[in-house]
Design a protein around this ligand. Structure first.
Ligand code: ADP
Length: 442
């Protein structure tokens, strides 16, 4: 097409739209291309007295698609540096808009990609399009002006409806934002509240445990002091009692002798209690430091077998101390361990009428399991933990003398040695106390 006079601009615009529609550009793109074309045409008419306009469909390997290309070859050479895309807005209407050299000439070239859903542009299809377009009678400039106006109105309409849509969307977004902010605020407030609660709870816990520790320490201190102070006078009473009944002393009447015997036995009980209390208080206050060494369980078992056999006065009860399996070595404190086992054996013998009290050792991986089992009265399930409390004695067992301090002390010692002391018992059948100790020092 030739662009020589003002009117041609309208025709070129109209043609541009028709070609764009023929190759399958969407309606919006048709208008865009036509608009860009008329703008560039107007510029060229003024700057170069017109141009020859050619439409083409070219295949671009880059995106594997056809592009509609319009070349406007100016009639006269363009002034230097003329076409810096004059208006960014025009360039945005198409995919490319630039001044290029083509076969020795300079042309203004614009292009727009043809969408994938358009009919394929085979050579036959192109011939068909050329024929179709050739038949179209160009309208007048007025017709094109009317079309242009209609398109402008449609475009304005669309802009307005898009703006309205955007306003609605914005309002919705703002609403959502407000909701999210409110939720966020609420959540952070709740979190803060919870945090404050947890902090307060921890403070209270700390305070309580400090109080507990202080109470326990003062109890131990009190026990230690009192028992220590009591030991001297009680020992004195026992000594004086012995002196009074000594053959070298003045003779006593039978009644006096009996009374002094009672005083001595009571004082001996008292001394046992005082000693037990002192031991327990020492263990509780952490003043007992185990003397760690390799202990041979066969030696400990042997000594206990010897000393306790004398205690088992009843012929109906047999004391069985089994030989531990070798190597029977454990890293522990020999004196404390022997004290625990002696205590358990002693209890077994005290609370068993007939049958046996049996001690055995068993190696389980990195632990030793030492058990003292008897065939005595047993302990009801609900009292099995209570007997580890200080001074607790199972009701009905009062016939046998004791302080109720042996088991709590034994458990303390076992804990110090890095182990545990547990009880299983069935009333009427007997009890089994189990000491579990690590083979190596924990
Ligand atoms: P004590 O023997 O001086 O009373 P312990 O702390 O050693 O104190 O034991 C607490 C109580 O547990 C005992 O008074 C007794 O009632 C019960 N008990 C301990 N060992 C046995 C056992 N082998 N069989 C039955 N009862 C037992």
């Amino acid at each position: 097409m030739a662009l020589r006079v003002e009117q041609d601009i309208f025709l070129i615009r109209q043609r541009g739209r028709e070609v764009a529609a023929a190759v399958g550009l969407e309606h919006q793109d048709q208008v865009r291309l036509a608009t860009a074309l008329s703008e560039v045409a107007r510029d060229l008419l003024h700057a170069a007295a017109g141009a020859d306009v050619a439409f083409g469909a070219v295949f671009e390997a880059v995106d594997g698609r056809h592009h509609l290309r319009v070349d406007l070859a100016p009639v006269r050479p363009l002034p230097d540096g003329w076409y810096e895309p004059r208006s960014g807005a025009v360039a945005r209407l198409v995919d490319t808009l630039s001044v290029v050299g083509s076969e020795g000439d300079t042309v203004v070239r614009m292009s727009r990609r043809i969408p994938a859903n358009a009919q394929a542009l085979t050579p036959e299809r192109l011939a068909e399009l050329r024929a179709e377009l050739g038949q179209v009678v160009p309208g007048s400039a007025l017709d094109e002006l009317a079309t242009q106006n209609a398109q402008l109105i449609a475009a304005l309409d669309e802009v307005r409806s898009q703006r309205d849509e955007l306003a609605v969307l914005n309002a919705e977004l703002e609403e959502t934002n407000r909701g999210v902010m409110a939720l966020y605020t609420q959540l952070s407030e709740e979190l803060e509240e919870t945090n404050r609660g947890v902090v307060a709870l921890y403070a209270e816990l700390d305070e309580k445990s400090a109080q507990l520790r202080a109470a326990s320490e003062s109890k131990s201190r009190f026990l230690a002091n009192v028992s220590h102070e009591l030991r001297a006078p009680v020992t004195a009473i026992i000594g004086l009692g012995r002196l009074l009944t000594d053959s070298a002393s003045d003779p006593l009447t039978a009644a006096q002798s009996e009374q002094i015997g009672l005083i001595r036995s009571s004082a001996t009980d008292l001394l046992t209690l005082v000693n037990d209390l002192l031991d327990l208080a020492k263990a509780e206050s952490g003043r007992i430091e185990p003397d760690w060494a390799e202990v041979d369980l066969r030696v400990v078992f042997g000594q206990l077998r010897g000393t306790l056999r004398a205690l088992s006065a009843r012929p109906e009860v047999e004391l069985v101390v089994e030989e531990p399996p070798t190597p029977a070595v454990v890293v522990s404190d020999e004196v404390l361990l022997a004290q625990v086992l002696r205590n358990l054996l002693h209890n077994g013998l005290k609370f068993t009428e007939r049958g046996e009290v049996r001690m055995r050792a068993e190696r389980l991986g990195d632990r030793w399991r030492l058990t003292v089992a008897d065939t005595g009265a047993g302990i009801p399930a609900e009292l099995q933990e209570r007997i580890f409390e200080e001074f607790y004695q199972v009701p009905g067992n009062t016939r046998v003398r004791g302080t109720g301090l042996g088991l709590p002390y034994a458990r303390r010692l076992v804990t110090l040695l890095g182990g545990t002391l547990e009880l299983t018992s069935e009333p009427g059948r007997g009890s089994t106390f189990t000491v579990t100790l690590p083979v190596e020092r924990a």
